[in-house]
Design a binder for this molecule. Structure first.
Ligand code: ATR
Length: 298
């Protein structure tokens, strides 16, 4: 019996043969990743002869995994925790934006050559643009200064947003700010994470983005900003996607703010990777539907 991929919505099938090109995810853990269903749904829909699988690669296994990509002719991979920074030294080329961010989430193989990209920031930018239009000259308060925040800060600063950043550990926000300034020339002002300072800035900004893990399962009852600071002039985006409706987003909605959940970032970063590998823009609605379903089933 031949292996097949089936689109569970349309019933359409796709054969997996000896010609099928393989893409994948390397990281640990990867068991609950939504990337395989998200990409495979598009391969079936677009009749592309690719399959996407998850490879659990432990911390020490990275060099072997990279060798495997080359020796087994894997077309490309997404890279996730704990390899996003470590992978850089094994690549032949790292694109400028990934180098600035200091992390790679997408690798493309061409012959023996591996090139690294970062599509995390593009995910947030596209998701935001989809809801509010242009980002240029919009004022944005970014909460957090970890890996995700770095990708968002560089991408939005370069897209012309007027950026502010606030983090529990103020020194990390200062470091990110000076890094962005040094590498892009854009000023990213830091705001102390004190109620008074946050209240003042949130009153004025167009967009608030949570890139911290606050509110993530199992701490759904937590929120990075208290409800009384939300207002209807605000667009609030949360990159947490477990759960999709975080306390922050529920309270923002109640205050009349526009909200954007973490699904958009996931889907648009995946779409950008898909395009890097295949040269084809994927059907976004198919990706969204597959991602939402996979999240619901987790
Ligand atoms: P990621 O790669 O997802 O960004 P990370 O690098 O571990 O993950 O960053 C997590 C972010 O969430 C950091 O900005 C962290 O703040 P610190 O730099 O002070 O550690 C923030 N964060 C995590 N838990 C938090 C909490 N309970 N309150 C406030 N910020 C928190």
């Amino acid at each position: 019996m031949n292996a097949v991929l089936t689109n569970i919505r349309t019933g359409r099938k796709k054969m997996i043969s000896s010609e099928t090109k393989v893409l994948g995810l390397i990281g640990d853990p990867v068991e609950h990743s939504i990337s395989p269903p998200m990409h495979n749904a598009c391969f079936v829909e677009e009749e592309l002869d690719y399959v996407y699988v998850a490879f659990k690669v432990e911390r020490g296994g990275l060099p072997d995994a990279i060798g495997g990509i080359k020796s087994m002719g894997i077309e490309g991979v997404n890279v996730t925790i704990p390899h996003k920074s470590a992978v850089m030294k094994y690549l032949d080329e790292v694109r400028e934006n990934a180098r600035r961010i200091g992390a790679v989430n997408t690798v493309k193989r061409e012959g023996e050559k591996l090139t690294g990209y970062n599509t995390d920031g593009i995910g947030v930018l596209e998701s935001l643009k989809n809801r509010i239009g242009k980002v240029r000259n919009k004022s944005v308060l970014l909460l957090g200064a970890g890996g995700a925040a770095r990708a968002i800060a560089f991408t939005l600063a370069e897209a012309g947003a007027d950026m502010f950043i606030s983090n529990r550990t103020a020194s990390k926000a200062e470091n990110l700010s000076s890094d962005v300034k040094e590498k892009t020339g854009v000023d990213l002002r830091t705001i102390p994470q004190e109620r008074r300072d946050l209240a003042k800035i949130i009153e004025d900004v167009d967009v608030l983005i949570n890139s911290t893990s606050v509110g993530m399962h199992p701490n759904e009852d937590e929120t990075p900003v208290e409800a009384s600071l939300m207002h209807e002039g605000l667009t609030v985006m949360d990159i947490v996607y477990n759960p999709l409706r975080t306390r922050l987003l529920k309270e923002a909605e109640r205050a009349g703010a526009k909200t954007i959940d973490g699904l958009g970032m996931l889907v648009y970063q995946g779409a950008a990777s898909f395009e890097i590998w295949t040269g084809i823009t994927p059907p976004i609605e198919t990706m969204k539907r597959a991602a939402r379903k996979a999240l619901e089933e987790r």
